[in-house]
Design a protein around this ligand. Structure first.
Ligand code: PRX
Length: 650
């Protein structure tokens, strides 16, 4: 597999160390380093104590059943995630506290919901879904922009025990159809369109195209975001959201779910063309996300917390919806782009709502750096107390800028490493304890055992690059891949035995035990913090009649971390041209969605291959990074490397 070929670099420079500010440390939720030792030595008790933070209908008989690689947490516990995120706060006197603030992209549009109001909306939608025939266990697919109905919809599904599957709104009809088919959804929730950079964009047209290929879908719920009059609904199949919820009861008894019942599916790109349906369950997921949310972001009662992710990705699930709401935290969701109407929109939002905790991605920070400090400098950011980062390694320069310009030099930064599969943050500072090294996600969360292995499975000494592994199960871990346990075993639990989780990331640990994650070592690209499969892009290219063969690799990019670049061999005598490049980019965009478009297409007569015909993407990657190709003696056609090198440098 690809990892044996990969060369792990360990070049993130180390700089200054930032200790927790005294005042912050004093007031932090967690400031006793003894917690690490305690969790390590009392691993199951630690998680059992933490599960007590939730309200259970019935307590578990056993904390963990680990039949590697299959885990069950809080066995026989009964719980409902929607109840834990809403009702119990209402019952505890927090009904009037703001639960959700939604900021629309148009400057004058916003809404907010108290916990009581959120309960009403969730119950109405849940009853509406029931009316459409949704039953416990039925998967409901959401294909939506960042509208409040998305957060409400997740909780409505959780309330009635229908797992949700959210597909990011930037995916194409083909990608959406694949995901709907794989999950066999009967209901699709979508919108007529949305706002982006002030423009009205279609969504309904994509949904209609999808529906031609998704016979399982019986009902479609449409959110009327744009008040479009030019669309017509199909009677018996389509309903407007506002009509569906209008006369629904404000009461909807939460289902008593088993701790191990599926809460949701989240499709993510893997090393083959077929996306993986990562399956998360209820009790462990909610325990893990709510605990990490409280400890990592040092959450206090009066926090105004904003995670800028899209709910179409795992970060939005765990740290816009479930974690914060389980903790009764006021959580913000923003619909639009950071540069509308001006490049100061994020800072204006922070000023408007007096945001105290901000969680965003390095790619966004690099963009803000490029735009310059004049935008944040004109807004009042003094309410901020802590900053977070997620999705890719943050380069020390961006870290320093974030710390200084956004955090005013006083806010700890939590660089959090985790994945769709892990469900919760796993490697992270605890801001009242951990000294920070810019660029490092620091140390495993209490109770988590991480390590760096070489290819043979030996634990590596400090500062040697290897493969990041997790050596113990954790409550929010994925339980399997939907309908594909074999792939689950092969992808994550095969390299080093069935009880060692193989994360697919290259990393090293330094002499202080800090983890430095470098990036993916498989055929997955991290583009602006979004995971894309090179195989998916390659099969989209080969789908075009002009293309005989294609290879896609990541090219380092100052803003996005990496961008996909394609190498294409054309059919027969065809010749490459600017028009064809445009056409191929558009073709991939159509099959995967705009986020999958290659930044460039190189036409070539051949690709570097081993004698057995395997494409050596590693060499292409090096050319794109401007590095030496390295040993080409094992290639069948070493001469092509020089040719491509010239082409790339041109
Ligand atoms: O390569 C790691 C990178 O993002 C991958 C997970 O992507 P996804 O499942 O889309 O989830 C993203 C949000 C949790 C990881 O395998 N990654 C995520 N966070 C970090 C990171 N790399 C370095 N540092 C991080 N803090």
């Amino acid at each position: 597999m690809a990892k044996k070929e990969s060369h792990i670099k360990t070049t993130m420079e180390e700089g200054e160390i930032y200790h927790p500010p005294e005042e912050f440390k004093k007031n932090a939720n967690i400031n006793d380093p003894g917690i690490y030792k305690y969790a390590e030595e009392n691993y199951e008790e630690f998680w059992a104590e933490k599960a007590e933070r939730l309200d259970w209908y019935q307590k578990w008989d056993k904390v963990l059943e680990w039949d590697a690689p299959f885990a069950k947490w809080f066995v026989n516990g009964k719980i409902n995630a929607s109840y834990n995120c809403i009702d119990r706060h209402v019952e505890n006197g927090k009904g009037d506290k703001t639960a959700l603030i939604w900021e629309g992209e148009p400057i004058d549009e916003s809404k907010s919901y108290t916990f009581s109001e959120l309960k009403d909306e969730v119950c109405k939608f849940a009853n509406g879904l029931k009316e459409l025939g949704v039953e416990k266990g039925d998967v409901v697919t959401f294909y939506l922009p960042m509208v409040p109905e998305l957060a409400i919809g997740l909780l409505a599904c959780a309330r009635i025990g229908a797992p949700h599957s959210v597909v990011f709104g930037g995916f194409s009809p083909t990608a959406l159809a694949d995901r709907v088919q794989d999950s066999d959804s009967k209901v699709l929730v979508t919108a007529d369109g949305y706002y982006r950079r002030g423009k009205k964009l279609n969504m309904w047209e994509n949904a209609l195209e999808t529906l031609e290929n998704t016979p399982s879908v019986e009902k479609v719920v449409v959110i009327d975001r744009l008040n479009r009059e030019d669309i017509s609904l199909t009677e018996g199949r389509d309903t407007y959201y506002h009509d569906l919820v209008e006369n629904q009861s404000l009461e909807c008894e939460p289902e008593k779910m088993d701790a191990e019942d599926m809460l949701f599916l989240m499709y993510t790109s893997g090393t083959t063309g077929k996306p993986k349906g990562v399956q998360h369950t209820t009790g462990g997921y909610l325990t893990g996300t709510s605990l990490t949310h409280e400890w990592v972001f040092d959450i206090k009662e009066d926090d105004i917390y904003w995670c800028t992710a899209d709910i179409g990705w795992i970060t939005g699930h765990s740290y816009i919806v479930y974690g914060p709401l389980a903790n009764a935290t006021t959580t913000i969701m923003y619909e639009g782009s950071p540069d509308y109407p001006e490049k100061d929109r994020f800072w204006k939002i922070i000023e408007k709502y007096k945001v105290t905790k901000l969680y965003t991605a390095p790619t966004a920070i690099r963009l803000f750096m490029k735009w310059g400090r004049k935008y944040p400098d004109t807004c009042d950011l003094s309410t901020l107390k802590l900053l977070g980062s997620v999705g890719e390694p943050i380069n020390p320069k961006a870290w320093e800028w974030y710390h200084e310009v956004i955090g005013g030099g006083k806010c700890p930064i939590v660089d959090t490493w985790w994945q769709t599969e892990t469900g919760m943050i796993l490697i992270t500072p605890l801001p009242g304890i951990t000294s920070l090294k810019p660029g490092s996600a620091t140390k495993p969360f209490p109770g988590i055992q991480a390590d760096i292995y070489d290819a043979a499975g030996n634990s590596l000494p400090p500062n040697q690059g290897g493969y990041l592994v997790l050596k113990r199960p954790w409550p929010a871990m994925l339980r399997t891949l939907y309908n594909d346990s074999d792939r689950y075993k092969k992808t994550y639990w095969n390299e080093y035995g069935s009880d060692i989780y193989f994360a697919g990331d290259g990393a090293r640990q330094d002499e202080d035990g800090y983890f430095w994650v470098v990036g993916r070592i498989d055929d997955v690209l991290n583009v602006a913090g979004h995971r894309l499969s090179t195989m998916e892009m390659e099969s989209a290219l080969v789908d075009h009649p002009a293309v005989a063969e294609a290879a896609v690799v990541g090219k380092p990019d100052d803003l996005k971390g990496h961008v996909p670049v394609a190498y294409v061999i054309l059919e027969g005598e065809r010749e490459g041209s600017d028009e064809l490049e445009k056409e191929l980019r558009a073709h991939v965009g159509k099959i995967i969605g705009p986020i999958g478009k290659p930044a460039a297409v190189n036409f070539t007569r051949d690709l570097p291959k081993t004698r057995s015909g395997k494409i050596m993407r590693r060499i292409l990657k090096k050319l794109e990074a401007g590095e030496e190709a390295g040993d080409t003696s094992t290639l069948r056609n070493p001469e092509i490397v020089e040719e491509l090198k010239k082409q790339v440098s041109n």
